[in-house]
Design a binder for this molecule. Structure first.
Ligand SMILES: [Mn+2]
Length: 284
């Protein structure tokens, strides 16, 4: 049974969800954080005419520090190459973590085109700027990691603050609020996210485009900013999200974890045996 599941895991699904376009970014292949198994499941269960890889696909920065590469990371690459071979238009837009690929802009690698940015026209005629987004870091100065870990950190800091100030008191020092300090930093990080979103949206607006699709800050989002549609396809380290275009041009954010959980719930309800005898039957 186990062997059968493993062998079938990476095959194409019988009925993949069909989209006009798919955008994924921030996979960070080459790090232990990359949720490659979920990503494989997503790639297996979806099909599109256009597949955009919107940067930070392979984490060259992390690989330089220490080598980490799993079979599943190979499988992701193989699956993407296979899609390209079978007719999907694959466009790879390098990000800052895979900036090494930026020296190949404008070139084709097999069936994959490498670009710094592109304009995608949706089925309903909207023109969307597609880029990774890191170039706007310079515009909005702040520690990026705070944006990602921000609010989770807050609960921990309250506890830390207690011990921190007990230690300070023992050393004869006055109270200094670590939590308040970090809260201020987190607030700056939240500001960073919204400034980033505004800066990217402004870029699209300045160029007379209808919207922008980016990644980089690991925060899936789709909303109107000053008359421009800002879309962020999220990441595959934490949120397991993709942006998709339906055949009619409608854009949507998919969260694969949710999809997975729904499927699991369905399967569980199907296999839930009403009697002990049924359970035995399944085990056999
Ligand atoms: Mn990035």
């Amino acid at each position: 049974m186990m062997r059968e599941i493993t062998a079938r895991k990476h095959e194409m699904a019988d009925n993949p969800l069909k989209f006009r376009s798919i955008w994924i970014s921030d996979l960070h292949l080459g790090t232990s954080g990359c949720q490659a198994e979920y990503l494989l499941d997503f790639l297996k269960n979806t099909e599109a005419e256009y597949l955009y890889l919107v940067g930070d696909i392979i984490d060259g920065w992390a690989l330089k520090r220490s080598w980490y590469w799993q079979q599943s990371h190979n499988d992701v690459i193989q699956k993407v190459l296979r899609k390209a071979r079978k007719g999907t238009h694959v466009i790879y837009i390098p990000g800052n973590h895979d900036e090494g690929a930026r020296q190949f802009l404008g070139l084709m690698f097999g069936d994959i085109r490498i670009e710094d940015e592109v304009v995608h026209t949706t089925a309903d005629g909207r023109r969307m700027l597609v880029l990774h987004g890191d170039r706007f870091d310079g515009v909005v100065q702040c520690a990026r990691w705070l944006a990602i870990v921000g609010d989770r950190l807050y609960g921990i800091t309250l506890k830390l603050n207690y011990w921190f100030n007990r230690a300070r008191a023992r050393m004869g020092l006055g109270y200094w609020s670590l939590s308040q300090y970090l809260k201020h930093k987190v607030k700056k990080a939240v500001n960073f996210v919204s400034s980033f979103e505004q800066a990217v949206a402004l870029e699209a607006k300045t160029r007379g485009l209808d919207g922008v699709i980016c990644g980089h800050i690991h925060k899936a989002e789709m909303r109107d900013i000053d008359g421009v549609l800002y879309c962020n396809d999220g990441d595959w380290v934490e949120s397991l999200t993709a942006l998709v275009e339906l055949p009619n041009g409608e854009l949507k954010i998919l969260t694969w974890q949710k999809f997975f959980a729904e499927q699991a719930a369905q399967i569980n309800s199907l296999t839930a045996a009403p009697t002990g005898a049924g359970l035995q039957g399944i085990a056999a």
